[in-house]
Design a protein around this ligand. Structure first.
Ligand code: 5GP
Ligand code: ZN
Length: 108
């Protein structure tokens, strides 16, 4: 299995998991760009966010709401983003939702 995030799902690559459901996994980014930087992924391999179906997207956003509460940023605010394709800088082609917070983030 060559996909890094599939290997994390399989437990072959260690990760600091902060939340999990039957269909999603959330773990800390190895190179955090903010004090809180969590990646939320579907357990199933889907290369890009736009290929996710409605249930998968709903599951990721429901998980994001719980992660934000667990990380203490639900009130202070956070950013959710998907990089999609080369111009976005996407490096891992297993769809993942970034959750960033814990400080005032730079404007996009
Ligand atoms: P992308 O640029 O594809 O949207 O985001 C990929 C993210 O995965 C990056 O923020 C990067 O720091 C993170 N990342 C890359 N390799 C690993 C890893 O082995 N473990 C974890 N936890 N995060 C990783
Ligand atoms: Zn994968």
């Amino acid at each position: 299995m060559s996909c890094l995030f599939c290997r994390i799902v399989a437990g072959e690559v260690p990760a600091t998991v902060v939340h999990e459901t039957k269909t999603t996994l959330a773990f800390r980014d190895i190179q955090p760009k903010a004090p809180v930087h969590v990646l939320l992924i579907p357990r199933e391999h889907v290369p890009n966010a736009v290929d996710l179906d409605g249930d998968q997207l709903g599951g990721l956003f429901a998980a994001a709401r719980e992660v934000a509460a667990g990380e203490g940023v639900a009130e202070s605010g956070y950013r959710l983003l998907f990089n999609t394709g080369p111009d976005s800088g996407q490096e891992v082609f297993h769809a993942h939702l970034h959750l960033l917070g814990g400080e005032r983030l730079s404007r996009l």
